[in-house]
Design a protein around this ligand. Structure first.
Ligand code: KG4
Ligand code: ZN
Length: 335
């Protein structure tokens, strides 16, 4: 049996969890969304400062809800990167300090491996091989997962992340933040064929994504329509944008499905909450006789249970005290 405390602070959510094997004992997420709302996006310095204020309370809550204390743990897992460096450092330093104080081993975890590993958790753990679309405000990636320790990048975004594109579109349409749910709601009353927005297919030799052309096309459309007409056509604009964004995600996911032998398709990241994406992914899986794995939304968005899951599933040994003390977090990629 392995019981870990995990800490995740790569973006704007302050998260801690206790996981035993693949069973979640607690999964605490303190969202900072309301602090960033007024800015229409995440302000890194504000995120770091709130992580500092919240992290001790969130860790205490995770331990308390699990009914354990630090002496009952086998180790501590923590997100090392990628993410906002100031935000990452709060969680990474907290994890190192707690582990060092109790002479516990530490497991540094790649954030994206965490999103993949969310699928390994109870109550319905998924076994590889599967392909996993991770689409959030910071990442858009198709991972080919054949084991518990890593994944092959089948495609990634060449510019904006899918969630970032939704957030920028919502700003153009005066729909507020976060943009994904706002666009989805507005789109319910709209016609997805009303405007012909582009679905880009980058010629990169991989299953890469590009959302900057879609964002620019929407910006020109809104400019040409003018503020009054854009406001009147907001539902049609939202539905057309959502259709183009989902079409691109499903087009690449379809190519990944066709190009490998997978048992299942998994969706992760905040954009996985999108109802049209879920519907289209379900159709894709039906057509190909594959299982569609949708973890609960609190395991799709950033959380620490997935970081513990990645650490527990990994065959790599945890780092003993004091070997982890000189380690740093990384904004771009875990080295
Ligand atoms: O994973 P997440 O909570 O945080 C990180 O970015 O790490 O993802 C947030 C992103 C935001 O860009 C938000 O607009 C998008 O996920 N999102 C959605 C939906 N719900 C959240 N995008 C499309 N449709 C949704 N229903
Ligand atoms: Zn994430």
């Amino acid at each position: 049996m392995t019981r870990l405390l995990a800490i995740e602070t790569s973006c704007d959510d302050t998260c801690a969890a206790v996981v035993e094997d693949n069973r979640i004992l607690s999964n605490v997420i303190s969202s900072q969304a309301s602090f960033h709302e007024a800015f229409g996006g995440i302000v890194p310095e504000i995120a770091s400062r709130h992580h500092i204020e919240l992290i001790n309370g969130v860790v205490a809550a995770a331990l308390g809800q699990a009914g354990v204390d630090l002496d009952d743990l086998d180790g501590i897992a923590v997100t090392r990167g990628p993410g906002l460096i100031g935000a990452l450092l709060v969680g990474f330093t907290t994890a190192k300090s707690l582990a060092a104080a109790k002479r516990l081993p530490l497991v540094p975890v790649d954030h994206l491996q965490g999103h993949v590993a969310a699928n390994f958790l109870e109550p319905d753990p998924l076994e590889p091989p599967f392909c996993c679309l991770i689409a959030s405000g910071g990442h858009t990636l198709i991972a080919g997962v054949t084991g518990h320790d890593g994944y092959e990048v089948l495609g990634t975004t060449l510019d904006d992340a899918a969630g970032e594109a939704f957030d920028k579109a919502a700003r153009l349409l005066d729909l507020g933040y976060p943009g994904g749910p706002a666009i989805q709601n507005a789109a319910e009353e709209g016609d997805p064929e009303a405007f012909d927005l582009p679905v880009s297919r980058p010629d990169s030799g991989r299953l890469d994504f590009s959302f900057s052309g879609l964002k620019t096309a929407l910006a020109y459309l809104v400019r040409d329509l003018g503020p009054a007409e854009s406001a009147v056509r907001r539902a049609d604009l939202s539905a057309s944008f959502q259709r183009a964004a989902v079409d691109q995600l499903i087009d690449r996911l379809g190519a990944a499905v066709a190009g490998g032998s997978w048992n299942a398709v998994a969706l992760g990241g905040g954009v996985a909450a999108n109802a049209e994406l879920r519907k289209a992914a379900a159709d894709l899986c039906d057509e190909n006789g594959l299982e569609l794995k949708l973890v609960p939304i609190e395991l799709c968005t950033d959380n620490a249970a997935m970081i513990a899951a990645a650490a527990i599933a990994s065959s790599r040994d945890p780092l003993p005290y004091p070997d982890y003390l000189p380690l740093d977090a990384f904004a771009e990629k875990v080295r």
